[in-house]
Design a protein around this ligand. Structure first.
Ligand SMILES: O=P(O)(O)O[C@@H]1C[C@H](O)[C@@H](CO)O1
Ligand SMILES: Nc1nc2[nH]cnc2c(=O)[nH]1
Length: 290
């Protein structure tokens, strides 16, 4: 778990990038991270090329159901894309540096923007299961506790020591997302708000869900924010959304309990709509990634 071991330095990451370059005939410009239940997104790519995580030297391996562990390279409307079909979570036992390692590798490959998706519980009573919430901002509960992937010596070849977060989520892409939601009949089901990350793997206690809500969170999940920090540090544009798979329980009187199986089912039912949403956003922002 050492923060500054060779595995994470510029030269080691460049070796991994060079291995990937030797397998893929183009330089991807857009990274899409497929959250739980969103493994169908790469199906939209033309001429896909798949690299399994276990073929890539020192790449972490996926351990969560619904996260296949594959990079899928391909194009969409001429945009060169790489999808991570499977991401890494802190609750899997990986260090915060390991879960964000792919982001810097993608930067070295030429990626200019990251679209991150996640399955999340909703804290905002106006949001329904099956809705989308585009991230306007986040509450980094891991960083409140001192866990931050940018901690440790800063390599300025990636980015500056101190990274602002007040404009982390690209305003133009958020605007496009709302336009697309309207175009595809999702206007009433597409919100904008604040995502809170907790470590997991447990879902929230009633008191925790209430506290996060008081702090200003609209959704809560177990991923995305560390990836956003590293992507912004190295200058990528960032767009992210939560797919709402369950309501967080904020009352002791409720019998319901969140579970991963239901979360996968809910995501599966809406996967075509989510794919359409992502495709159309890429289409409308295409000139930025060519
Ligand atoms: O990768 P994401 O953030 O979509 O995955 C979330 C967190 C857990 O893996 C799972 C909880 O059911 O979904
Ligand atoms: N922490 C957390 N992560 C989730 N991922 C999907 N649903 C939830 C949830 O309710 N809480």
């Amino acid at each position: 778990m050492g923060d500054n071991t060779d595995e994470f330095n510029y030269e080691s990451l460049e070796t991994v990038a060079e291995f990937i370059r030797s397998k893929i005939p183009f330089s991807p410009k857009l990274l899409i991270i497929c959250g739980t239940g969103m493994a169908g997104i790469p199906e939209v790519l033309d001429n896909p090329i798949v690299l399994n995580y276990n073929e890539i030297p020192t790449f972490p391996l996926s351990t969560v159901q619904g996260h296949a562990g594959k990079l899928v390279f391909g194009t969409l409307n001429g945009v060169k894309i790489v999808c991570m079909k499977g991401r890494f979570h802190y609750f899997e036992g990986y260090s915060i540096k390991t879960i964000t390692k792919p982001i810097r590798i993608m930067k070295l490959l030429g990626v200019k923007a990251m679209f991150a998706t996640n399955a999340a519980g909703s804290l905002n009573p106006k949001f329904q299961v099956g809705d989308i919430m585009v991230l306007r901002d986040h509450l980094n509960m891991l960083s409140f506790g001192g866990e931050n992937p940018l901690r440790g010596p800063n390599d300025s070849r990636f980015g500056e020591r101190f990274t602002p977060m007040n404009k982390a989520y690209d305003r133009q892409l958020i605007k496009i997302a709302h336009e697309v939601a309207k175009d595809i009949g999702l206007a009433d089901n597409c919100h904008e708000g604040v995502f809170a990350i907790v470590s997991g793997p447990n879902y929230e206690s009633v008191a925790e869900a209430r506290a996060l809500s008081i702090l200003g969170a609209d959704t809560v999940g177990m991923s995305t924010v560390p990836e956003v920090l590293v992507a912004r540090h190295c200058g990528m544009a960032v767009f992210a959304f939560s797919f709402i798979t369950n309501r967080c329980i904020v009352s002791y009187e409720e019998n319901d309990e969140p579970n991963h199986r239901n979360i996968l089912n809910v995501a599966d039912q809406r996967s075509e709509k989510v794919k359409e949403f992502v495709c159309k956003i890429i289409e409308k922002s295409q000139e930025r990634w060519l």
